[in-house]
Design a protein around this ligand. Structure first.
Ligand SMILES: [Zn+2]
Length: 396
């Protein structure tokens, strides 16, 4: 596409014929028109995560003609993604998401440039990756990464288009605009264990990230085209069950640790140390056993300790026999209850195999020397058809 000179006279725009047609519904909108379309073409937008939020956001931004899109993603397509991550198909299970996503997005719009960042966002690379983009769209729904994105955006003075989903609810806002709050102005720091790079697998109605990711894309387009009232200084709350949208006003916090008057965070150097950061490498080091192997262990190895680290809200599917439950968020303060198992063979399980990795790291750090996790969690156990027990609130 060449430079568009005049929004009023479309005949002077040296767009290719098919691009007139492609963007005709935009060109017909006076708020966007040829100038807006040109702005979209020159925009550089980074999407961090191409999952539930990233699928709709990337699709609409590509279709809208955002000229340069960066994608940060290092996961592979998993069967459990397909309930909400609409960029992927069943035949693509096991393939790298980023390659698959780029192929699909380029097939929607071959005129755009997509930059591939197939690595996790970390303190060591965040500033470098974010630097070249105008707008940063958080599609990770991961608390630890959210603080990293916020901090990097504040340090680089970038606009941060935030989105998050949980169960039937979602939130959207824009942080980091001049004289407006950042994420830390509202949530200065995360809880202890609710912050891992890998994120926690929480229940979510599949269409909720569809709605929220689409709103994030809408906000990016509005910012790029400089139209409408962006969600700056307010958080949009979406409740799918009640089908309500509400707005919450938020203000800049003068005591904010990164954008306040006496800021204590001036770079990203303490990020890993402070936020219980768990890298892909650390996760890989934790010993994982299959549901089949665990069932065999039960038969031949009586000297094990099985720890269930699920939250109270996750017990509806039942529990594995002879397990002792401490919810992940109480683990640190209740470790003394299981101190006697320090030298035993400890197996940890959770619902889907994510939270148990965090629990394993916590136990390693407290001197437990033989810790494994159930790969795939209770879901994998159930998939094998192994027995479960209902109403487990302690050791059976
Ligand atoms: Zn702030």
């Amino acid at each position: 596409m060449s430079i568009i000179k005049d929004e009023k006279d479309l005949s002077v725009i040296p767009l290719q014929v098919d691009q007139y047609v492609r963007y005709s519904r935009h060109l017909l909108l006076p708020e966007i028109g040829a100038i807006g379309q040109e702005r979209l073409y020159h925009a550089k937008v980074l999407l961090i995560g191409v999952g539930g939020l990233g699928s709709p956001a990337a699709t609409y931004l590509a279709a809208a003609g955002v000229g340069t899109m960066g994608l940060v993603e290092f996961d592979e397509v998993d069967l459990s993604n397909l309930q909400r991550q609409t960029l992927y198909t069943t035949a693509q299970i096991g393939l790298p998401k980023i390659v698959t996503a780029i192929k699909r997005l380029k097939s929607i719009n071959p005129h755009i440039t997509i930059v591939q960042h197939d690595e996790p966002l970390m303190a060591s690379n965040a500033l470098k990756i974010l630097h070249d983009y105008d707008y940063i769209l958080d599609a990770t729904d991961n608390l630890a990464t959210r603080y990293l994105i916020n901090d990097a955006c504040v340090l680089l003075k970038k606009m941060y288009v935030f989105g998050s989903v949980y169960n039937f609810e979602g939130r959207v806002s824009i942080f980091g605009a001049p004289n407006s709050p950042c994420y830390r102005c509202i949530f200065p720091k995360p809880g202890i264990l609710k912050n891992t790079l890998g994120g926690l697998d929480l229940g979510v109605l599949g269409v909720v990230p569809g709605v929220i990711g689409t709103i994030q894309a809408t906000e990016v387009i509005k910012l790029v085209c400089n139209i409408g009232q962006p969600l700056i200084g307010k958080i949009l709350l979406y409740e799918a069950l009640a089908m309500k949208f509400r707005e919450m006003k938020v203000a800049k916090n003068p005591n904010c640790p990164i954008c306040g008057l006496n800021r204590t965070i001036t770079d990203l150097s303490d990020y890993e140390k402070n936020y219980n950061f768990m890298s892909k490498g650390e996760k890989a080091k934790i010993n994982k056993i299959s549901a089949f192997a665990l069932n065999e262990i039960f038969k031949i190895q009586p000297n094990y300790f099985l720890l269930d680290c699920r939250e109270d809200s996750e017990l509806s599917l039942g529990s594995i026999e002879n397990s002792f439950r401490i919810p992940i968020n109480n683990l640190r303060e209740r470790l003394n209850e299981i101190d006697q198992y320090k030298n035993k063979f400890v197996i940890i399980y959770c619902q889907s195999g994510q939270m148990s990795l965090i629990a394993a790291k916590e136990l390693y750090e407290k001197g437990f020397d033989n810790v494994s996790v159930l790969n795939g969690g209770l879901f994998a156990w159930l998939a094998e058809g192994f027995p479960i027990k209902h109403n487990n609130n302690g050791r059976n």
